[in-house]
Design a protein around this ligand. Structure first.
Ligand code: GLC
Length: 427
């Protein structure tokens, strides 16, 4: 059994740490300009200007079953969709605003379609909900607001009441957590309070009335996994677009945390037509391997286009996961960081099944003829490649500087896999 014990969580994270890999979906009006989901803020657009996208929102090619099929093929076991992003537009049929997908040309409750299609594929359901809202009339103008450059901010803010807005959030979350069955993840986003008490500077837990908000959520879905971005520690820590190189620990207590790295295919979360930083197949797979190797989950994002389909570059990236996971998913599901004392050479990475019986060696930079793993002398029963089940011979070390090592002999010609994996059965 794995000897790693993580900080106790209020929600049920047992399925989550087994499943390891999820799909993030950022979809909204920003898919139309196609130049970042922050476009309203970045370009300081007025509501009036941004309304054009509401007027023309009509993702006529949206096939939710196809999204779910691609997620499943990629090996993704859960999916988290933006029910509302910072722009304030809601993808669900809410009673509390007219600014919703059911009032567009498209006319559908996209969240309801999502829940139905993804659930039918056996994928766990998660909702992203933005704490920021650049459309709500009571959300005060702050340093990230599109209208932050206006000359009369104080005057405008005097007419805005955050109390109404926090109630609006609780009401909407009540809808989301009541009308769509069991929801397993709530992804709140985010705090940016550099100077507490100064609402122009930023907003944090107090502005969101986060305690009250979380109480509401837990009363409706007690087992739900909630991330830490409302400013109150809950179940999940979410490092963004970076690759941790050790298990993430609690800043004060030092406890090991449940964590999930979130990444994009090309930089922005919403569809971005002109972005050129698309990740290579190797990087896409390394993110998954390295994350599980340090006890974390990976959620990879897709930003569907304004037509509602996945862009060909996103489809190619999902295909990279699909092709690799088809053969290698045993090294990801139910796996975690290798036991303390077990290590491998540079250019390789390890995971281990939580029952301790299987060890996986990832050949990130294909080594020459041998691979060594330290800390498992006399413990190996059998080893083979995962992609074809072909035997990998091994021997205990006769190197005095590495008495506990085992050497595995691999073919000189690298197999046709972006990252070949050796499965090692331990005695
Ligand atoms: C950020 C961004 C946002 C994105 C999110 C995902 O906080 O504001 O656009 O939704 O991260 O992690």
């Amino acid at each position: 059994m794995s000897s790693y014990v993580t900080r106790k969580t209020p929600g049920d994270t047992s399925w989550f740490v087994h499943d390891r890999f999820g799909m993030f979906i950022h979809f909204g009006l920003y898919s139309l300009p196609g130049r970042h989901e922050w476009v309203k803020c970045n370009e300081r657009m007025t509501d009036e200007k941004y309304d054009k996208y509401f007027e023309y929102f009509d993702p006529d090619m949206l096939d939710m079953k196809e999204w779910a099929r691609q997620a499943k093929a990629a090996g993704m076991k859960y999916a988290v969709i933006t029910t509302k992003h910072h722009e304030g537009f809601c993808l669900f049929d809410t009673k509390y605003t007219d600014y919703k997908s059911t009032n567009t040309k498209y006319g559908r409750d996209i969240i309801s379609d999502f829940v139905e299609a993804f659930r039918a594929e056996g994928i766990h359901i998660g909702f992203y909900y933005s704490l920021l809202d650049w459309h709500h009339p009571d959300f005060t103008i702050d340093k990230l607001h599109p209208q932050r450059g206006d000359s009369n901010i104080a005057e405008q803010n005097a007419g805005r009441n955050m109390k109404n807005y926090t109630k609006y959030m609780r009401d909407q979350l009540t809808e989301l957590l009541t009308n769509y069955g069991k929801i397993e993840i709530l992804w709140l986003d985010f705090c940016y309070d550099t100077t507490p008490q100064d609402s122009v500077a930023g907003k944090g837990a107090e502005d969101w009335e986060a305690e009250e908000l979380i109480k509401t959520v837990r009363s409706l879905q007690p087992d739900i996994i909630i991330n830490n971005r409302s400013g109150i520690d809950q179940d999940l820590w979410t490092p963004e677009q970076c690759q941790p190189t050790s298990w993430i620990k609690h800043e004060e207590t030092g406890e090991l945390l449940i964590w999930e790295a979130c990444h994009t295919f090309s930089g922005s979360w919403g569809y971005h037509r002109d972005e050129s930083k698309w990740k290579t197949p190797k990087i896409l797979l390394e993110l998954l391997v390295n994350t599980v190797a340090y006890g974390g989950n990976l959620i990879m994002n897709v930003g569907p286009t304004a037509r509602g389909n996945f862009d060909h570059r996103a489809e190619n990236a999902l295909k990279v996961y699909a092709d690799w996971m088809k053969y290698n998913n045993k090294s990801i599901y139910g796996c975690t960081m290798a036991e303390p004392g077990i290590s491998t050479q540079n250019g390789c990475q390890l995971t281990q099944s939580t029952d301790g019986k299987r060890l996986y060696i990832f050949l990130l930079d294909y080594p020459f003829v041998t691979v060594s793993v330290d800390g498992i002398a006399d413990k190996v029963d059998y080893a083979h490649f995962l992609h074809d089940g072909s035997e990998i011979p091994f021997r205990n070390s006769n190197d005095k500087s590495k008495p506990n090592a085992v050497f595995f002999t691999i073919p000189e010609v690298a197999p046709n896999s972006v990252i070949p994996v050796i499965e090692v059965f331990l005695k």
